[in-house]
Design a protein. Structure first.
Length: 224
């Protein structure tokens, strides 16, 4: 995706039947569900039905995903989903390679309290391919350091940034127990560059779900 105008699109288009998680749609005439609605036979008047995984496409994971006492989609604070954001560029990292504390601290002068923090890997280029799960990962000490800034969210354009080879998903748990949501499979982070932007993430407020596909947009102050 490319930047068009002042708004930067950070979400993948969702294509039924082609996603890594379930996405099915059906479109039908309104009279199938609302028989009292009358319209001419030649008039296009339809409803759509959607069935999808909560982790389909670009999505946000809430604390409830990996912490039973954590907030679900409906309860996660709205003020945490709108705010300033920066991108940390680790696109030089290979699949399975660690992003260390020393490497992440290079960006210390750019991160402010309560920022949204996105980790750029350029692995979004592998989305919808057999290699879509390839990703570098954040060392636990690096995650601890990012959490110290009390970010609204931490996200990535890869399928994740979890420490491999563990059975307790430490990065998920650290974030969720601090009430921080996680964005996975974003895209187009290169369009933000080294600047600061405002990001909007507005998932459906469905009670009891752990995650939600989402459209994420960014813009620079003064652009709108």
């Amino acid at each position: 995706m490319k930047k068009k105008g002042p708004i930067i699109e950070l979400s993948h288009r969702m294509i039924p039947g082609q996603e890594n998680f379930k996405l099915e749609t059906r479109t039908y005439d309104v009279t199938e569900e609302l028989p009292d609605v009358i319209h001419r036979p030649d008039l296009w008047y339809v409803l759509s039905e959607i069935t999808f995984s909560s982790h389909m496409g670009t999505h946000i994971e809430f604390p409830y995903h990996h912490w039973q006492e954590g907030a679900c989609a409906a309860d996660y604070p709205l003020e945490n989903l709108i705010g300033p954001a920066i991108v940390l560029d680790f696109s030089h990292k290979s699949n399975g390679e660690a992003i260390t504390l020393d490497e992440i601290r290079v960006h210390a002068d750019r991160i402010q309290e309560r920022d949204m923090i996105f980790i750029r890997t350029d692995k979004d280029q592998l989305f919808r391919t057999e290699r879509w799960t390839e990703q570098p990962y954040l060392e636990e000490q690096a995650m601890d350091w990012l959490i110290s800034f009390n970010p609204r969210i931490i996200g990535t354009d890869a399928a994740g940034f979890e420490v491999p080879g563990t059975d307790y998903q430490p990065n998920h748990l650290k974030m969720f127990q601090h009430g921080i949501a996680m964005v996975e499979s974003a895209t187009n982070l290169a369009a933000i560059g080294d600047g600061r932007v405002i990001v909007l993430i507005l998932p459906l407020p469905i009670e009891g779900i752990d995650a939600c596909p989402v459209r994420i947009v960014a813009f620079r102050k003064g652009d709108l």
